[in-house]
Design a protein around this ligand. Sequence first.
Ligand SMILES: C[S@@+](CC[C@H](N)C(=O)[O-])C[C@H]1O[C@@H](n2cnc3c(N)ncnc32)[C@H](O)[C@@H]1O
Length: 351
Amino acid sequence: MFSAAAALCNSALEQGMRRPANARPASAASPTEGTLASAAASGDEPCSGVVATARSTRRGAIRILGGDNLGWLEALATDGVKVELAYLDPPFFTQRSFHRTARARDAVTGEVSRVVTLAFEDKWSSLEAYLAALEARVVRVRDLLTSDGSIVVHVDPTTSHYVKVMLDRVFGRECFASEIVWRYRRWPAKTPNFQRVHDVLLRYVRDAGEPPRFVQQYEPLAPSTRATWGDTKQLASFGRDGRRVRSTRTEVRSPGVPLGDVWEIGVIAPIAKERTGYPTQKPEALLRRLIEACTYPGDTVLDPYLGSGTTLAVAAALGRDGIGIDASEEALSVAAARLDGVAERLGLERR
Ligand SMILES: C[S@@+](CC[C@H](N)C(=O)[O-])C[C@H]1O[C@@H](n2cnc3c(N)ncnc32)[C@H](O)[C@@H]1O
């Protein structure tokens, strides 16, 4: 159904305002109603309860697309768009609604109040329905990747094992590249269990036969290594029997240790400049690592679950192009304001 509509457009994205088949006008499902609107055209359940008016805006080479991502992913494919990195941070199957709390100052009284707005719904009839909806989107993202491109799907241990099996099926097990554990510190929960303090980021390459697009990143040397060797590289040395013996010090400065797959990055502090108040907002430091490792300047990064716009803000700052999609009016308004700030700093043209 969507492809037929797409055939009518020469370039859906350049026309910019085409409505994906499963996007509804805002009046039909406004964010404040909080309806679990149907993403009916595709026959799947909605990932979000809030389906925004379909629209497209640009800041330089950064595009924000409003509406359900399924239709937009098809439109991107129809337009022959290719991306080097896709980062997906879907709802985590929490069976909850997510709200944004913002502070607003009354123009007359000057009083500050809190305004709570529904951001998105993460409610599903079953895990199977959740996985089916995610798989439909992952399949379309796969077709947008360059042959040396990669996808990163950000989930948590509630679904990570099921999502891994699904990704193995879509990409092939040989395309599995990494399971990155994002470890953070947060206020302890009262639970008779180990504290849950990590998310899981599953990375797959599009084609395991291609040399990967990967830029080695480094983390600081361990304090014990620095104490013994300073900041210089060591040269591995071997005895006559081929066994490792004490390394020799060189004069060459060490870039650090090649980055591992457990990343300790703090959650966004309450007073951090990057905080937008959007629920589930991810730290820019996390996206910076991914984008720097998996793309080159000038590449394109896709985020079909854009939220507050973290991926696009980082992509723009790093000189990458970006495409972000979200179905939530609240997300679109937060991301647009954030990207306006970035565009102003970087001097990008707004269209
Ligand atoms: C976990 S949040 C993403 C947070 C984001 N990474 C950030 O840093 O702000 C997931 C987002 O996906 C959006 N979403 C869920 N289902 C969607 C769909 N089918 N199409 C487009 N957006 C969807 C929600 O509105 C929500 O903003």
